[in-house]
Each structure stands twice: as structure tokens, then as C-alpha cells.
Ligand binder design. Structure first.
Ligand SMILES: Cc1cc2nc3c(=O)[nH]c(=O)nc-3n(C[C@H](O)[C@H](O)[C@H](O)COP(=O)(O)OP(=O)(O)OC[C@H]3O[C@@H](n4cnc5c(N)ncnc54)[C@H](O)[C@@H]3O)c2cc1C
Length: 207
């Protein structure tokens, strides 16, 4: 039975879920319900308490270039609560900006989701890359994040430009397809990976 979210929330949920309630004795539970092991929740089971920040710009994450002497500096920051969601896509925009017309090695600063995806994309494009970082995983914000695909909490609706919205959509499109490939969806790979990695048996190793 398929219900839309509103119908489910308004009317269906109580009736549907009541059939699976785990309150009461095990023998009283309807056999159609898959038994879920009870969760052991207790303060003594907390192994670590950490905090992380979600820095962002009201006008949205920043991907742009700037000359730095004879080098090209590419900024890729400010993803707030959606940096993992946007990582592959935002880093693809950054890599494309930085690598266009470039030759020689590439330096990436930072070993969070954005730095590591950028480094991987640069590597896939055939350039030697070195990552420089003050902290490595597991001591990065990226390492403490929930890691859900959730493109929210990283801009203010009233402060973004149409140009930025296009950048956001382009980043989401690429990110989504990259994550799909990682869970084995071949149909998502069109235009996503270098052709040498798409074809042939060796490509499956990289998923
Ligand atoms: C609790 C929490 C939950 C979250 N949940 C989600 C989620 O479910 N989904 C989602 O998409 N996003 C989530 N986020 C947001 C996401 O974690 C961030 O947007 C993302 O991790 C940012 O990645 P980053 O690579 O820019 O930064 P970081 O992971 O912070 O990495 C920065 C890197 O740069 C290095 N660095 C910094 N300064 C210097 C310097 N001066 N010199 C050299 N190196 C430097 C650091 O050492 C580090 O290696 C969450 C965030 C938090 C805090």
C-alpha cells in the first residue's frame, strides 16, 4: 500500500504502526512484525562526546578562482550543514575551474569531505596531487557529521542569486550521481567518471 506523506501523517500512521507496537509481552506481538532487538540506551554506553560547527554563508557556498602569483587559487568552502551532500559536486565545480588549461601538479588544502573529494577528482583527471592539512580524519568536522544526503542548512533563501542557484543545482546533480555510483547504480555514471574508469571490469573496483 502506498500513501503520500500527508495522508500517512494525517490518518494512516497511528493505525498502521499500532500493528507493530512493541509495548507489552513478546508473545502478544503480531507475528507479521519483524522483531527489532531492543536498543540498549544508557548513559554508561556513551563512548565519546564531540561537537562540530556548520559554518556557512547566507549567500551560499563559495566556489571561485583567484590569481595567486603565477598560480590559480580555487576556493571551495562554506557548505554549512550540507558539505557531505554537496562534496562531490562542489568539488567537481572547483576542480573544473582549477584544471581548465592547467598543467603540472596540484595542491589541495584540507582533508575533510571537500578536500578529499577535490583531490580524488584531480587525481582522476590525471594530475599529481598533494593534500596539505592541519588535521586529518578522524579529527575533521567531516568525520563527526551525520553524513545524510540532505541539501539543507547551508544558505538563506533571500540572499542567494539565480547564478548561485544554478551552481547549487549543478553541484547536487553531480554529487547525487557520484553517490549513486558508490552504491552500485551504473545508470548514474554517464558523464560522471572519466571514460577509462567507466568501461571494463576494473571500474567496478573503484565503486
Ligand atoms: C554535527 C554535524 C552533523 C552534520 N551532518 C551532516 C549531514 O548529515 N550531511 C551533510 O551533508 N553535512 C553534514 N554536516 C556538515 C558537514 O559536516 C560539513 O559541511 C563538511 O564536513 C565540511 O567539510 P570541509 O571539508 O569543508 O571541512 P572539514 O571537514 O572541517 O575539513 C577542513 C580541513 O581543512 C583543514 N584546515 C583548516 N584550516 C587549515 C589551515 N589553515 N591549514 C591547513 N589545513 C587547514 C582541516 O584540518 C581539515 O583537514 C554536519 C556537520 C556537523 C557539525
Amino acid at each position: 500500500m502506498l500513501l503520500d506523506r500527508r495522508t500517512f501523517a494525517a490518518a494512516g500512521s497511528a493505525a498502521i504502526l499500532s500493528g507493530c507496537a512493541t509495548v507489552g509481552s513478546r508473545s502478544a506481538r503480531p507475528s507479521a512484525c519483524a522483531p527489532l532487538p531492543p536498543v540498549k540506551v544508557d548513559q554508561s554506553r556513551v563512548i565519546r562526546t564531540i561537537a562540530g560547527l556548520r559554518p556557512y554563508r547566507a549567500s551560499g557556498f563559495v566556489v571561485r578562482t583567484e590569481p595567486l602569483g603565477d598560480k590559480r587559487l580555487v576556493h571551495n568552502y562554506g557548505h554549512g550543514g550540507a558539505g557531505i551532500t554537496l562534496s562531490w559536486g562542489s568539488s567537481k565545480l572547483a576542480a573544473d575551474l582549477g584544471l581548465s588549461g592547467h598543467s603540472g601538479p596540484v595542491a589541495v588544502i584540507g582533508a575533510g569531505a571537500l578536500g578529499l573529494t577535490t583531490a580524488r577528482l584531480v587525481q582522476e583527471a590525471g594530475f599529481p596531487v598533494t593534500v596539505y592539512a592541519k588535521a586529518l580524519p578522524p579529527d575533521t568536522t567531516s568525520n563527526v557529521a551525520g553524513g545524510q544526503i540532505a541539501p539543507f542548512g547551508h544558505f538563506n533563501e533571500d540572499a542567494v542569486t539565480p547564478e548561485w542557484r544554478r551552481q547549487f543545482l549543478a553541484a547536487m546533480d553531480y554529487s547525487w550521481r557520484r553517490f549513486q555510483i558508490m552504491v552500485g547504480d551504473d545508470s548514474a555514471s554517464a558523464g560522471c567518471l572519466p571514460s577509462s574508469r567507466r568501461a571494463g571490469p576494473s571500474s567496478s573496483r573503484d565503486r
